[in-house]
Design a binder for this molecule. Structure first.
Ligand SMILES: Nc1ncnc2c1ncn2[C@@H]1O[C@H](COP(=O)(O)OP(=O)(O)OP(=O)(O)O)[C@@H](O)[C@H]1O
Ligand SMILES: [Mg+2]
Length: 573
């Protein structure tokens, strides 16, 4: 079907003569064949959002509907790749057209020439169903790629091969369909699962504030709202580096070009703490910077989550980080206003909430079609203008996600990092994941956490009194609360992303540290009861020991912290 361009307004193009078009069809516009997507259909007139710059396009230019929905290619070779929002490999785009990507360039997402060794896991004549693992190939040093029968495909395996193949070579046929290592999938359709499970296992991040106080579950959804410079990007990078997911998808969405360049420079150098191999061996990067067309921002988050679901369907725990979802929402607003839709709050379209939901709801812990248990976790950064959390993107996001890591400008100003405010943040996964924590970290961990949070909350109440009457007016046991809270803030909550050792803290070390600090608190409380003064206690050199715990390497912390606890018992008992 061929139509003609009638009107162009920034990324929005209207075209006539497009009868038979469906929502989300991909079309090619103009001489250069710019990529665009159908977002509105009235009779034979369609509105298109262009994924490339529309400069130079004019009324009368032709429009061709490809008849395909916006889709991604799924198969070996995704890992280690860096894509733009519509899954064009940036490296080969740069190689062919330099820093400024030419328009209308088509570049396959998966290398067509590379051969992968395919080892079948099924036999000739076996009956397979959607999701069945047909065979495997070692995609990277750390990830075995499982080739699965695509959703909707079942029957007997015929003509099964073993050996080295490209992603287009036929491996076997199932029913009437020839299968290769590659599948295509429309990005806006969630990939089907067999059932959804309760997300009762935490996604370990190695960040003390998160793992202990505000955990995210494997398969959970979390948001990091924060004002300018509060640490959203650093936190997202920390998560991408340290979470114990098998596969990471990092989407840089509409952020400044230089931030993304940092990601593109840094990530390939980072080492995976779990395998010792480069982090990129289990990572896919999607980069859609502020100088790229706005419409591609929306595509980039869907491209990312579809890739994460694809690896989930192999039985892996996957995690997606998107920085920042606000830039995506701003793109929605821009397109919506050009469509002259009725604006909702602050000019955002009325469907902002449902769009955000349709993204975050693709997280989950599931039983895959093939029976494996796996998960996709999603963490989205939100950049509320002026740090005002009442704005629509933050509010709509908080209605959907179950973890809220509230970055606080005041904490960031005081260089308290991560600047996650412990009084306003929350996690609704805490109770669900507690049994796992009791069984796998320590039976007393949730109690220690609650005790510590109680001290921090008490501190904020006491600080109001201190402002009026000064700390000296407080009795010693309340001054002790202030001192312990300070230890908790400085020696436990604060964690330096840039420090070689402190950047990651294992759950065992988290437990040892917290239990030492609370041991100190209890013993000091007893000592005060029996007549010691707070100034004696705070003069103790035990405090220095507590402040150094976080820098103890993982192999050493156990004995050192145990020793410290014993000393606390001896000196204060
Ligand atoms: N966990 C951390 N450890 C050490 N430093 C940190 C940490 N988090 C943030 N910082 C410091 O704060 C600075 C700003 O952080 P970041 O760039 O992540 O903020 P942002 O919220 O993404 O900002 P923007 O709104 O500009 O995107 C960093 O350059 C770093 O110096
Ligand atoms: Mg940032």
């Amino acid at each position: 079907m061929k139509g003609v361009v009638k009107r162009i307004s920034g990324p929005l193009v209207e075209a006539d003569g497009m009868l038979g078009s469906s929502m989300h069809d991909v079309v090619r516009v103009g001489e250069e064949g710019l990529m665009a997507e159908v977002i509105k259909v009235i009779g034979d007139r369609v509105s298109l959002q262009a994924y490339e710059d529309t400069g130079g396009l004019k009324p009368g230019d032709r429009v061709v509907n490809t008849g395909e929905q916006l889709s991604v290619e799924l198969g070996p070779g995704l890992l280690k790749s860096i894509y733009d929002g519509v899954q064009r490999p940036l490296e080969s785009l740069w190689a062919s057209s330099g820093d400024f990507i030419e328009r209308g360039v088509e570049a396959p997402a998966l290398d067509r020439k590379k051969k992968w060794h395919f080892t079948p896991s099924v036999g000739e004549g076996d009956k397979v169903a959607p999701g069945t693992v047909l065979g495997t190939t070692q995609e990277s040093k750390v990830i075995e790629h499982r080739i699965t029968a695509p959703p909707g495909v079942s029957g007997k395996v015929n003509g099964l091969k073993e050996g080295d193949f490209t992603v287009e070579d036929v491996l076997c046929s199932v029913g009437k369909q020839d299968l290769t290592m590659m599948q295509r999938w429309p990005v806006k359709t969630p990939r089907p699962v067999s059932s959804r499970l309760e997300p009762n296992e935490p996604l370990i991040t190695g960040q003390r504030t998160i793992d202990v106080f505000f955990p995210i579950a494997k398969g959970g959804a979390a948001a990091i709202p924060g004002p300018f410079g509060a640490g959203k990007t650093v936190t997202q990078h920390q998560l991408a580096r340290w979470v114990d997911a098998d596969v990471i998808v990092y989407v840089g969405c509409g952020e400044r070009g230089n931030e993304m360049t940092e990601v593109l420079d840094d990530f390939p150098k980072l080492k995976d703490p779990y395998s010792g191999e480069p982090l990129m061996e289990r990572t896919v990067l999607i980069a859609n910077t502020s100088n790229m067309p706005v419409a591609a921002r929306e595509a980039s988050v869907y491209t990312g989550v579809t890739i994460a679901e694809y690896y989930r369907d192999m039985g892996y725990n996957t995690a997606l980080m998107a920085d920042s979802t606000s830039r995506w929402a701003e793109a929605l607003r821009e397109i919506s206003s050009r469509l002259e839709e009725m604006p909702g709050e602050e000019g955002f379209p009325a469907y902002l909430g449902s769009r955000l939901a349709s993204f975050y709801e693709r997280s989950g812990r599931v039983t895959c079609l093939n029976g494996a248990t796996a998960s996709t976790s999603i963490v989205g950064a939100v950049s509320p203008p002026g740090g005002d959390l009442s704005e629509p993107v933050t509010q709509n996001t908080l209605r959907i996600v179950r973890v809220f890591w509230s970055l606080d400008a005041k904490l960031a100003d005081r260089r308290h990092f991560p600047a996650i405010n412990w009084l306003t943040s929350y996690s609704l996964y805490k109770d669900i994941t507690d049994p796992w924590v009791r069984g796998n970290v320590s039976p007393d961990m949730p109690d220690l956490r609650d005790e510590a949070m109680g001290i921090l909350q008490r501190e904020s109440e006491l600080l109001e009194i201190v402002q009026l009457v000064g700390a000296d007016a407080l009795p010693d046991h309340e001054r002790l609360v202030l001192e312990t809270a300070k230890i908790l803030r400085e020696d436990f909550l604060q964690q330096d992303a840039l420090h070689e050792v402190d950047s990651f803290c294992s759950t065992m070390k988290q437990h040892a540290m917290l239990s030492a600090i609370l041991e100190f608190h209890r013993r000091a409380g007893d000592a005060i009861e029996s007549g010691s003064s707070i100034s004696d206690i705070m003069g103790s050199d035990l405090l220095e020991g507590l402040s150094k715990m976080k820098y103890l390497e993982d192999e050493k912390f156990k004995d050192s912290i145990e020793g410290l606890k014993k000393k606390i018992g001896e000196e204060m008992g």
